[in-house]
Design a binder for this molecule. Structure first.
Ligand SMILES: Nc1ncnc2c1ncn2[C@@H]1O[C@H](COP(=O)(O)OP(=O)(O)O)[C@@H](O)[C@H]1O
Ligand SMILES: [Mg+2]
Length: 170
């Protein structure tokens, strides 16, 4: 069981490769993305959606707050950017609870802007700019995600410098 996975990526192609593996391993739930402006949150979401088979454009939901994808699929995907969220209550109107009540994948940039309303994340991704690229810090919010991070570590280890923090029971 892996609670925290740290992945060093050298360039945007690296982030895209990690996103493609995330798309294979993490099929639903609430995924939050944190990091400064320009860290690569939207790039990662775009690559995740592409890996799921979305071939059109992926607009940053900076102004719309939410962009839906695969709406008629068994697991629709909602990409949110809460940077411009005025009031946490606004999140309720966006229907976030409805998205999360059913099977869905929610990718949420700037979750800290909605912290009073947003439930705790199944997976949180922090993107830390480094001297040479980015460090992706993935934290599991529960046992299911810990298993997913374990799978992810196995898949990524041949290609990236990966550091895991193991969790015991509980
Ligand atoms: N390793 C990397 N991972 C992701 N993006 C990178 C990386 N290196 C450079 N970039 C660039 O950084 C920018 C990230 O922008 P964006 O994804 O919009 O950031 P955010 O959504 O975090 O504000 C893009 O121009 C992208 O090409
Ligand atoms: Mg963004």
């Amino acid at each position: 069981m892996v609670k925290v996975l740290r992945i060093e990526v050298a360039d945007e192609a690296g982030t895209q490769a990690v996103a493609a593996e995330l798309a294979r391993v993490v099929s639903s739930g609430l995924v939050t993305l944190q990091g400064p402006l320009g860290a690569g949150k939207t790039s990662l979401c775009r690559a995740w959606l592409r890996a799921l088979g979305h071939s059109g454009s992926v607009r940053s939901p900076t102004y719309t707050l939410v962009e839906p994808y695969f709406e008629d699929a068994a697991v629709p995907v909602f990409h949110l950017d809460l940077y411009r969220l005025g009031d946490a209550e606004e999140l309720e109107y966006l229907g976030v609870r409805d998205y999360l009540a059913g099977a869905s994948l929610c990718l949420v940039e700037w979750p800290e802007r909605g912290q009073d309303v947003l439930p705790s994340a199944d997976l949180s991704i922090e993107i830390v700019p480094t001297e040479v690229g980015r460090r992706l810090v993935l934290r599991a919010g529960g046992a299911r995600t810990e298993r997913q991070l374990e799978q992810l570590a196995v898949r990524l280890r041949p290609h990236f410098k990966v550091c895991e923090t193991e969790g015991g029971r509980g």
